[in-house]
Ligand binder design. Structure first.
Ligand SMILES: *Cc1c(COP(=O)(O)O)cnc(C)c1O
Length: 397
């Protein structure tokens, strides 16, 4: 029934509560809105803009490629697609790759690949063991693979085949493996769950367990990959190699690009099994190549580690001052445990004070700045956050 007095607030579907701010320009760690206000950005498109806003090498690569070749079908080769595929498979020590346009699509591809592999090599096994509170995307299958509360009911019927176990529990993983199991899927750091780090020994345990049972290990490195945790891929902290790995977010530095990588034996798509109109698009892969070159410059990842440690120390000081909890995470994927459900309030007040922050859970704040953020910008962030916390606490008292 149409209500004649109803005026929709925006022609955009309201998939989340957006502030009224309209952003018009970005440079490095800074954003400008249409009213002339300036913001320090520690969200960076959700850990996407790994080089900050409109970095020169990315702008140059996109501009040059746009004048050269924007699109041809993924049914044909293009040069940036070939070059980026070679670089990524080589760095990850995996054999083949499929480009996608979003993390969810890459994970959806990983799920398809594992199920196909199970049909070929494990008597039709199709179950993928996944983690409570995990996040793998918003397609129907990746929602089923995710462990977010309520998601199994949201678009029922839920896609079957994703038994859940507690994250970090090796015994539960071993107990969950049956002859229907084809893979275990894990995030090396559960980002959306509030930045919960898998220990290196857990990751190594998962690798050993999956190997022992002849099943696949799928690492969702969409948030943790591309240098975010201080290594190019977070699995490298544990010194393990998954059979299938997905990348997204930072891989395009802000443009829609993702990838599904696999070992030669897991890479079992046949003609017609997988595809997509925009996949491997030269404009996006040229952007990916420009990002890749920057991430591989000498000292780049060392800087991520150093600034990550600097930010951790600063957050620990704030936490001690305000009686808050621990700092979690690695590199420049960090969270502060607030010990109280004030995350939303702090993020809203921070925005008003010129700082973009994310509260992945009511009791935590997440920090995912550009990987080239400076110590001075970290200090500016901490100064604003300190004031905002004081303001919130005095109001609550
Ligand atoms: C963001 C994210 C996804 C989904 O990526 P989209 O590009 O939003 O589809 C999947 N897995 C993890 C770990 C993520 O952080």
């Amino acid at each position: 029934m149409q209500n004649s007095t109803f005026t929709p607030p925006s022609p955009l579907m309201e998939i989340t509560q957006r502030p009224e701010t309209v952003f018009v320009k970005g440079q490095g760690s800074w954003l400008h809105d249409s009213e002339g206000n300036v913001y320090l950005d520690f969200v960076q498109g959700w850990a996407v803009n790994c080089l900050g806003h409109s970095p020169e090498p990315l702008v140059a690569a996109i501009t040059a490629q746009a004048g050269q070749l924007i699109n041809c079908s993924p049914a044909y080769f293009n040069q940036p697609m070939l070059d980026l595929a070679a670089a990524l498979t080589n760095a990850a020590d995996l054999d083949q790759l499929f480009f996608a346009n979003s993390g969810a699509e890459a994970n959806e591809g990983a799920i398809k690949l594992a199920r196909k592999w199970g049909r070929l090599h494990r008597n039709g096994a199709y179950e993928i063991i996944t983690m409570a509170h995990g996040f793998h995307g918003r397609t129907l299958a990746t929602m089923a693979a995710s462990g977010k509360d309520g998601w199994d009911k949201l678009y029922a019927p839920n896609i079957p085949g994703f038994p859940k176990i507690p994250f970090g529990d090796l015994q539960a993983t071993a107990a969950a493996i049956t002859d229907k199991t084809v893979a275990v899927m894990v995030e090396p750091v559960q980002g959306e769950a509030g930045v919960v780090d898998a220990t290196d020994s857990y990751m190594r345990g998962l690798r050993a367990l999956t190997e022992e049972h002849g099943i696949l290990l799928i690492a969702d490195e969409i948030q943790t990959g591309m240098g975010r945790t201080g290594k190019m891929f977070a699995c490298q902290h544990a010194g393990i190699q998954p059979d299938i790995m997905t990348l997204g977010k930072g891989i395009g530095g802000g443009v829609p690009l993702a990838a599904l990588l696999a070992t030669g034996s897991a890479s079992c798509f046949a003609h017609g099994d997988q595809g997509g109109t925009f996949n491997g698009n030269p404009l996006m892969t040229a952007a990916g190549l420009a990002v890749w070159e920057e991430l591989n410059k000498p000292g780049f990842l060392d800087r991520v580690v150093a600034v990550g440690a600097y930010l951790t120390k600063g957050l620990e000081r704030l936490s001690a001052k305000h009686g808050m909890g621990a700092v979690r995470g690695r590199g420049l994927l960090l969270a502060l445990d607030l010990k109280a459900p004030v995350g939303g309030k702090i993020a809203a007040a921070a925005l008003a004070a010129g700082l973009l922050l994310n509260a992945p859970r009511p009791d935590s704040l997440r920090f995912m700045p550009a990987l080239n953020v400076s110590e001075a910008e970290v200090d500016q962030m901490l100064t604003i956050l300190d004031k905002v916390i004081e303001q919130i606490m005095s109001r609550a008292a």
